[in-house]
Ligand binder design. Structure first.
Ligand SMILES: *[C@@H]1O[C@H](CO)[C@@H](O)[C@H](O)[C@H]1NC(C)=O
Ligand SMILES: *[C@@H]1O[C@H](CO)[C@@H](O)[C@H](O)[C@H]1NC(C)=O
Length: 287
């Protein structure tokens, strides 16, 4: 075949090859594709073990999260000021491993070994507020929720006290989230479920190994599994895979829709490279 190629055609062939190569370099889509755009990983904080339960305070543009220290038995809550990239541990918490933000009243809650603390922005320390059992997750949507470990029971602050979430009283719920329509999403070792507000129906969304829920600035619900980040559209009955990344421990959404996630030893922002990578749109799963 190639013997038949004359000089003229060989030149043409070489030109096409190098042109294709140049185009490939221009369209560098080897990062993380998010909404059809290539993103690279910007490390916001390195050397934090298993960062977990990311929570955004949109008012101050601060990211709260927990991580485990070298001896593995000590959990700490910490924050990153996303304007300055300043990182600090939060003193005063006994084993901080859960975080939630009430954006309306501007209160940051931290869950520790002996209950729930409130963060004080002036002193950058936490003060003990409520005594509870073992907290696994804290979540805020109109009211403060927490899940209890190891029996996976969910509680909500009602009339001055924590009470079982009535809708989840008969089930295990390790992690939970609530959307703008008061639908309650929860996960346990069987998968991901939603308790619908209207008729109280419980729908099995799928066998996702959820390791974190979060909501964006507008209250849309997202979750992470060890290798992807998803958005739930309950009206379309669809789970949309927003991005695929290896080794995810948790996720938070910035006010502009940007994604911050935790890997096994760092907190990472997905930063746009501006390169459009068409044909790599989100994957949907119907439920
Ligand atoms: C493509 O971009 C990634 C970061 O997203 C970078 O690590 C890699 O070196 C780039 N490759 C080329 C061929 O430019
Ligand atoms: C998880 O929740 C669903 C829905 O309530 C329930 O059917 C299932 O038994 C639960 N899984 C476990 C392990 O309890």
């Amino acid at each position: 075949m190639f013997i038949l190629v004359d000089k003229m055609h060989l030149l043409l062939l070489l030109t096409i090859t190098s042109y294709a190569h140049a185009r490939y370099v221009d369209n560098n889509c080897s990062g993380v594709i998010l909404r059809n755009v290539n993103h690279e990983k910007e490390v916001l904080k390195a050397d934090v073990g298993s960062p977990y339960q990311l929570a955004m305070d949109y008012d101050t543009n601060t990211l709260f999260f927990s991580y485990s220290t070298e001896d593995e038995n000590v959990f700490r809550s910490a924050f990153i000021n996303l304007k300055t990239n300043e990182f600090a541990n939060i003193p005063g918490v006994s084993g901080g491993f859960a975080n939630a933000v009430d954006s309306r009243k501007h209160i940051v809650y931290i869950g520790g070994r002996d209950g729930i603390y409130k963060f004080d922005y002036d002193t950058k320390t936490a003060r003990h507020q409520y005594t509870t059992d073992n907290i696994w997750q804290l979540f805020y949507k109109d009211r403060l929720y927490y899940s209890r470990y190891p029996d996976e029971k969910a509680f909500v602050f009602t009339d001055g006290d924590f009470k079982l979430v009535p809708e989840l009283a008969d089930t295990r719920a390790m992690l939970l989230s609530v959307d703008n329509y008061e639908n309650i999403y929860f996960s346990n070792s069987s998968g991901l479920f939603v308790h619908k507000k209207g008729n109280g129906e419980v729908i099995n969304i799928g066998e996702f190994g959820v390791n974190g829920f979060t909501t964006d600035f507008n209250g849309n619900v997202y979750f992470s599994t060890p290798n992807a980040i998803y958005n739930i559209d309950v009206n379309e009955k669809k789970v949309k895979r927003v991005a695929a990344v290896d080794s995810i421990y948790g996720v938070a959404i910035e006010s502009d829709g940007g994604i911050i996630y935790a890997s096994h030893d760092s907190v990472i922002r997905l930063k746009s490279t501006g390169t459009v990578c068409p044909g790599t749109d989100v994957e949907n799963v119907s439920f």
